[in-house]
Design a protein around this ligand. Structure first.
Ligand SMILES: C[S@@+](CC[C@H](N)C(=O)[O-])C[C@H]1O[C@@H](n2cnc3c(N)ncnc32)[C@H](O)[C@@H]1O
Length: 251
């Protein structure tokens, strides 16, 4: 799983030089940023809201906590966390992509979120925060876009406080063959078509479907988390394993 910068890596089903992946991913998210939220609702039939609500419920976040929502994009999780941590706490919405951050910043301002949210442009592989800073870190639908996932997980481990938890919400491997077949049809036929129709961008949504297939499965991701130091790791399959929520602690 380790992807060195001198080697090649996958970008969807293509193999590209590892040091070109950041720019290729950036292009996708610059392109989809403006339509990201509406596409999420359309593509998932609104179910992404339930996956995210479940993530919040599993986070253990309390009033006064420090939370990092890395690859936070348009800020769905940040919005909910900001209400939980209140005036004494802080949520950092970090993302590598300034177009996604801008949509997130505008959305949160429109929802009246002020004061306890900080916006930071950062690569998950090299988080610009001191050791032991956050009570909870979330990365939702972000990890599969990161070039060096091991480096990103290690960076998250470093900035998490002892006793803190990491939650990784990500597409995963469906548990049944039947669901897997239906899901393939949907991903490779319907998603690019919807992307073309709504966002005039079939390519980015083809990347989305391909990147999901290339992402480590449930057990592999759990092992990767343990390899960088996370303990008491576990995962829950959501919607038959189309999505999984991984949890790990730093003790
Ligand atoms: C599919 S969006 C998810 C946004 C949000 N977390 C959500 O669940 O709606 C993926 C996000 O990951 C960000 N991203 C991709 N690579 C990243 C990296 N190396 N470091 C930080 N963010 C990254 C993208 O810019 C994009 O905003």
């Amino acid at each position: 799983m380790q992807e060195s910068k001198d080697e090649t890596t996958h970008f969807g089903f293509q193999q590209i030089p590892a040091n070109e992946k950041v720019d290729a991913v950036a292009k996708v998210f610059h392109s989809v940023a403006a339509k990201y939220d509406i596409m999420n609702d359309l593509m998932s039939g609104g179910i992404h809201r339930l996956w995210k609500m479940h993530t919040i419920n599993q986070s253990g976040v309390k009033y006064g906590n420090q939370v990092l929502d890395i690859a936070g994009g348009t800020g769905d999780l940040t919005l909910k966390f900001s209400r939980i941590v209140g005036a004494e706490g802080k949520v950092v919405l970090a993302d590598i992509n300034d177009s996604m951050l801008k949509v997130g910043r505008d959305k949160l301002a429109n929802k009246g979120v002020v004061g306890n949210v900080e916006f930071v442009q950062a690569n998950a592989e090299e988080l610009p925060f001191p050791d032991n800073t956050f009570d909870c870190i979330t990365i939702a639908f972000g990890l599969r876009n990161v070039t060096n996932k091991d480096a990103a997980l290690a960076s998250m481990f470093r900035v998490l406080k002892p006793g803190g938890r990491l939650l990784v919400l990500e597409f995963s491997k469906p548990k049944s063959e039947h669901l897997s077949m239906l899901y393939d049809q949907y991903s490779f036929r319907v998603l690019p078509f919807m992307g073309k129709l709504v966002a005039n961008d079939a390519e980015s949504y083809r990347y989305l479907a391909e990147s999901i297939r290339m992402h480590p499965d449930q057990e592999t991701l759990k092992d990767m988390m343990e390899n960088v130091g996370f303990e008491s790791t576990s995962y829950q399959n959501l919607t038959g394993g189309i999505v999984a929520l991984h949890k790990g602690f730093k003790f």
